[in-house]
Design a protein around this ligand. Structure first.
Ligand code: DQA
Length: 153
């Protein structure tokens, strides 16, 4: 079963970007961990990253269509700073319902600047996992596997 791990703006800089906040794992390492954890859950994990809001929306539309035709389980999505600004992402997720989209943030956005406390994605996400680093992505994959009734370790 196919699952998308989608990362938004600036997450291509993981490993070098504010390591005190985001850790020293690179995006490639994060994606590799998602792939191998997903494999153990019976998931085929595909990964994408974009710094462009419209490209993220295109991914959501494509995965919404795949989900409608029974070819995709859901999306694990870290929208980066677009979380706090993007009504377009909110509308896109709403527009591809019932595709389950799980919002993930590496850092605990609620313990940071007030402008990170609001999420336009949270009200339309299946759920949100915040502040648990890369493990949050793995928990989100586990949640998608559970929803699909796949056997988990
Ligand atoms: C982030 C939190 C956002 O506020 C920030 O803009 C990011 C990363 C996180 O994973 O903690 O780019 O989504």
């Amino acid at each position: 079963v196919r699952v998308l791990v989608l990362n938004g703006p600036n997450l291509n800089l993981l490993g070098q970007r504010e390591p005190g906040v985001y850790g020293c794992l690179t995006l490639a390492e994060l994606e590799a961990r998602c792939r191998s954890y997903g494999e153990a859950l019976g998931l085929q994990v595909e990964c994408a990253q974009s710094n462009h809001e419209g490209v993220l929306i295109d991914h959501l539309h494509a995965w919404g269509a795949a989900h409608r035709s029974g070819q995709a389980l859901g999306v694990v999505f870290n929208p980066g700073a677009y979380t706090h600004t993007s009504i377009a992402l909110h509308d896109a997720i709403k527009g591809v319902e019932p595709l389950p989209v799980i919002e993930v943030h590496l850092s605990n956005v609620h313990a940071r600047e007030p402008f990170r406390h609001h999420s336009w994605v949270a009200p339309v996400a299946a759920g949100s996992i915040i502040g648990l680093g890369v493990e949050g992505y793995l928990l989100a994959l586990q949640a998608l596997a559970w929803r699909a009734g796949l056997r988990t370790k």
